[in-house]
Write a new protein. Structure first.
Ligand code: ACM
Ligand code: ZN
Length: 524
């Protein structure tokens, strides 16, 4: 009898084998300490402190419903969400023991990320058993972004929501929505209806890499303001701020086609059908261009409730400005001159940036621009997104500008994923492997003062060659996971072999079961 009792006790003690390997969370938390035993969450109730926000309460009730599914009755077990002002923003403490789960955080994202980690500790669909563990976790950087270009190819709100879901699973918190470009204007602006009725549709698209070709198929689409609000709200529930990019003064042929008075020559213009850079850009020599910007940004600022608006600023050829009488008159009136470091036309771009900074400041917003906006004489207050390499970001940070690092060698997810592009889906070329993404260190080469200006990291998915959701996901996954760990985890916790192992054996299977397409080159 006694023997039977001991056997039963041993069975209870070891039924959730403490040595069961803890699933490796991505991005890797700051500290993880496994404890013996496990917690069965089937039928567990999620209980919040009264003083947590309504958003957190609705998270809790969603989770309770999830744990109730398939459970015979409430188990009486509890998952506590406790507000704790000592925990840093977006950080969380998670303790799982045999009887209960205790989560502490000070804000919505902290609770959300604890629950995301909890979910990753139950990687199989329908799994409810969580190994006992104590996790203390906080993000390394505040900006953990993902760009999607919806101009070159248009993606529906359903597809964007699927992207936001996977961003949330990996604790990314900024969705950079590239929503206007030469190949399509994709956001409804009530005061300028032609931006979408004309500017959202192009007459065909080049075929593969042949710049002289056109498939002859009218292509386009746009998001109504209602749909934009829907995306902003959906993202907010997932802890993600949406940052729209209205690319100016270049990459504007769609707007120029709709409203030719915006260009230096007056047009006519045609939306681009080839993947190239246009010389036709906004004309800053005409004050009507700034009235247009005032108007569109006043509608845009209403739609996006956050601190930043991205204003592009990249790849602006100055050919038209050099020949335009209005632009040249403005250059003379402003007293802009060529110098050893920049041309008068580059200083004219600084003037455009500073006018837009003023417009946005009146709406309580700050500007982000690609690293070209730094050339010449940038006014304080702008944030630089460094894409042509790390140098722009380093110079900007040393000058005291805030910086988001997004260098193409590490962060451009439109690049192919192997040295043999012919074995990959049609793409832009180059090669960026998961391992290379993972190896990126955003603070390399920076002094401690400059390092404080690095807000974080972002991966970019340009879509010239990406026309379908399945292809989009294939380019995104699993490289986005590598960059999520770059943005979140401490360098001392990063370890490529364990990351790779978890991606192959846990995360890719889970993502595939959730319906995502993943590139599997990492398995080679
Ligand atoms: C860019 O890739 N032109 C920002
Ligand atoms: Zn002009």
């Amino acid at each position: 009898m006694k023997g039977k009792y001991i056997l039963l006790l041993l069975l209870i003690l070891f039924s959730c084998a403490p040595e069961r390997e803890l699933p490796r969370i991505i991005p890797c938390p700051s500290s993880v300490e496994q404890k013996p035993g496990c917690f069965d969450a089937a039928g567990a109730q999620v209980v919040c402190d009264d003083n947590v926000s309504s958003g957190i309460k609705s998270l809790a009730s969603r989770l309770s419903q999830q744990f109730a599914q398939g459970a015979r009755a409430s188990s009486g077990k509890k998952i506590w969400l406790r507000f704790d002002a000592r925990v840093a923003p977006e950080a969380y403490e998670l303790e799982v023991n045999r009887r209960e789960v205790i989560i502490k955080a000070c804000d919505y994202n902290g609770f959300l990320y604890a629950l995301v980690s909890l979910e990753q500790l139950m990687p199989q669909a329908g799994e409810r058993v969580i190994p006992c563990v104590r996790i203390s976790d906080a993000p390394r950087f505040t900006w953990r972004g993902q760009l999607l270009d919806c101009s070159r190819h248009f993606f529906t709100t359903k597809q964007i929501k699927k992207l936001l879901d996977v961003m949330c699973l990996y604790k990314l918190n900024r969705f950079h929505w590239h929503i206007t470009d030469d190949h399509g204007w994709r956001i409804e602006i009530k005061k300028y209806p032609l931006l979408t009725s004309v500017g959202a549709y192009r007459n065909g698209t080049m075929i593969e890499h042949d710049m002289s070709s056109n498939d002859g198929i009218r292509y386009g689409g746009f998001y109504s303001q209602e749909q934009i609000k829907e995306i902003v709200e959906y993202a907010m529930e997932r802890g993600i701020q949406v940052v729209p990019e209205i690319d100016i003064p270049a990459h504007m042929v769609s707007a120029l086609t709709a409203y030719p008075f915006l260009g230096c020559t007056g047009g006519p213009y045609k939306l681009m059908t080839v993947w190239d850079i246009s010389k036709d850009v906004l004309c800053p020599g005409k004050e009507t261009s700034f009235s247009f910007l005032e108007d569109i940004f006043s509608e845009i600022c209403e739609l996006f409730p956050y601190e930043y608006i991205h204003i592009g600023g990249d790849e602006c050829p100055k050919d038209r400005w050099k020949e335009c009488p209005d632009c040249q008159r403005l250059i003379r009136n402003l007293g802009l001159k060529d110098t050893a470091s920049a041309t008068a036309e580059q200083y004219l771009q600084n003037y455009v940036t500073s006018r837009v900074q003023e417009i946005l400041a009146r709406h309580g917003k700050k500007v982000i621009g690609w690293d070209e906006i730094l050339e010449g004489d940038l006014k304080p207050g702008a944030t630089i997104m460094s894409w042509r390499g790390v140098e722009g970001g380093m110079i900007a940070a040393e000058k005291g500008f805030d910086v988001i690092m997004s260098p193409l060698d590490y962060c451009y997810l439109d690049y192919c994923q192997s040295e043999t592009p012919e074995t990959e889906p049609l793409g832009i070329g180059h090669c960026l492997t998961v391992e290379k993404c993972y190896s990126y260190e955003p603070l390399d080469g920076l002094g401690s003062q400059a390092a404080k200006h690095i807000l974080g990291v972002q991966s970019n998915l340009w879509t010239e060659f990406i026309a379908t959701p399945a292809h989009l996901e294939y380019m995104l996954l699993p490289r986005m996971l590598a960059l999520s760990e770059v943005g979140w985890s401490l360098p001392s916790n990063k370890d490529y072999p364990s990351f790779r192992d978890a991606v192959i054996h846990t995360h890719i299977p889970r993502l595939r079961s959730l319906g995502y397409s993943c590139c599997r080159n990492i398995e080679d």
